[in-house]
Design a protein around this ligand. Structure first.
Ligand SMILES: [Zn+2]
Length: 243
């Protein structure tokens, strides 16, 4: 299958002059932002969170402006709370959540705001195992019955991922979730010229992560450009060894 860049390959993008500078030491490059998220997730998985940037001092420091280092486009599932699973705090993450991390104009506009106005260097599509939205779409497709109300919009938005999974011979629900995450990464880049331009310029990367509800860990299933992840893997290990 042609996922949007498997982890590996080229070196990561370098920041360009003109990128709005964070004033709080936050990561300003895709690779650093990715490493920061992974380090936080490892602390969460280990049951040793630092709860950074969650005190009154931080609250006061970010009151006049924000430089979030990652956009999280995640599923709304109540067990997928971004600041908790990545062990971050106020002003760190720009979070947009919908059931099944489906995209629409408001979601894409929010992503574009963070990336082009706030200068956020990383966009993460965050899905998870046992996703109810994906399961609902699967049931609708299997039975030929669509749910009523606005829930249908959620199911309809997931259906292309089901078709792609079927074409690739993928039948396991959690593997379908991974396909849906990769599909969402591709769709986001196809639908947002502004985001695609930032990625092409090396100022931003888009990665897809799959979260395991029981284990609490994230796994990267897609990345554009692929080098944004591979370069970070080494950096990630270095940071982990130093922690
Ligand atoms: Zn979900």
């Amino acid at each position: 299958m042609s996922r949007p860049g498997s982890p590996g390959a080229q070196p990561g993008p370098e920041p360009e002059p003109g990128r709005p500078a964070a004033t709080d030491g936050a990561p300003t490059t895709p690779t650093r932002a990715f490493a920061e998220l992974h380090a936080g997730n490892r602390r969460f998985v280990a049951g040793a969170p630092h709860h950074p940037n969650q005190d009154a001092e931080r609250r006061a420091a970010v009151a006049d402006g924000q430089h979030p280092f990652a956009v999280i486009v995640g599923c709304s599932d109540s067990r997928l709370a971004a600041e908790i699973i990545f062990d971050r705090g106020l002003g760190d993450l720009f979070v947009v959540r919908t059931a099944g991390h489906i995209l629409g104009p408001e979601v894409l506009g929010s992503v574009e705001y963070a990336v082009t106005v706030l200068g956020t260097p990383l966009v993460v599509v965050l899905g998870h195992d046992s996703c109810g939205a994906v399961q609902a779409a699967r049931t609708a497709a299997a039975t030929g019955t669509a749910p009523g109300g606005h829930l249908r919009a959620v199911v309809d938005a997931v259906l292309p991922s089901l078709q792609r999974a079927a074409a690739e011979g993928v039948d396991d629900l959690d593997q379908i979730v991974d396909v849906h995450i990769a599909q969402t990464v591709e769709s986001m880049l196809d639908s947002s010229a502004a985001l695609a331009a930032e990625v092409a310029a090396g100022r931003c990367a888009v990665v897809g992560m799959s979260y395991r509800l029981a284990a609490g860990e994230v796994r990267t299933v897609a990345a554009v450009p692929a080098g944004a992840v591979s370069a970070t893997d080494g950096l990630d290990r270095a940071l982990g060894a130093a922690a």
